[in-house]
Design a protein around this ligand. Sequence first.
Ligand code: ATP
Length: 338
Amino acid sequence: MASKVTLIPGDGIGPEVTRATLRLLEAAGAQVEWEEVEAKSIVGLRQEDAHADPLVTSLLQNRVGLKGPLTTPVGVGHRSLNVALRKTLDLYANLRPVRNLPGVKTPFADVDLVIFRENTEDLYSGLEHVVLPGVVESLKIITAHASARIALFAFEYARAYGRKRVTAVHKANIMKLSDGLFLDSARRVHVAFPDIEYNEIIVDNCCMQLVMNPHRFDVLLLENLYGDIVSDLCAGLVGGLGLVPGANLGDRCAVFEAVHGSAPDIAGKNFANPTALMLSAVLMLRHLGQATVADHIEKAIYSAYRAGRWLTRDVGGKASTEEFTSAVIGALEAKVKG
Ligand code: ATP
């Protein structure tokens, strides 16, 4: 039976990469019935009003969503709808697997790490105010509850997927209370996972180590803001934002989306790379129990990269979004025939 999934095409390059992903899933025979819902702003609404929003209702009913990027206004105006959705649905764990793709030239081969970013608090609390003209205060909220549950998620994932080590990333030498609490929570959770190695690294050193020797990392556990920044750095290690998928996971629902934003600079030009959303859909299909079709799609994407004829501009090719998608579908069909 087909699984009902909420679809949010998003804006900027969202509709282009979503169209490409739907084409691929259909060609692969994924059993999905889409419920497309427009994302309207729920920013600033009280929890009960946000829950009446059609998008939130749909996600809570279907429990799974595939989402294109939504533009986040910079500096002025309303806060991010992405952040509001994660908070309203309590999608507290942001999973971002970062791996090399064959044929994409990068400084290191065989990068294979997994990022767990806390998704609901930290400096994303949106609690900012002007203290007096020229002085602004922005509040960083860290709780033992949220820190422990993301740590638990990371350790459970490490155990389930045969990962060896969880590294907590912090700046507790400066933010002794907030980052100290995050670390303390991770250490407490680690007690129940003696089979998984645990260590800690200061965020600035982590960034340097990542660009010098990424192989020393396995699972990274981060607060919200460090997670955002380090994710983009890690995306750069494997060829850019067009390649890295993600999942926002909570107890009530899961929303799968690429790490990248709406990329307004290239929107509507048919050369966005849809790989990140396609790989997010692979994570989604596994979550839905459709592992076989997910494996087929993933292999087809890897084949298209290995062949290297129809790659998009961000990874050194000349192909359009649609040409790349056709190449992946071609690889999928070749595999089925073969
Ligand atoms: P946001 O604030 O919405 O998260 P961002 O500031 O992280 O957005 P992006 O929209 O992700 O920025 O874009 C950053 C850069 O990466 C831009 O130059 C954009 O063109 C490029 N980029 C992002 N996604 C893709 C993609 N799928 N294909 C090709 N280039 C991309």
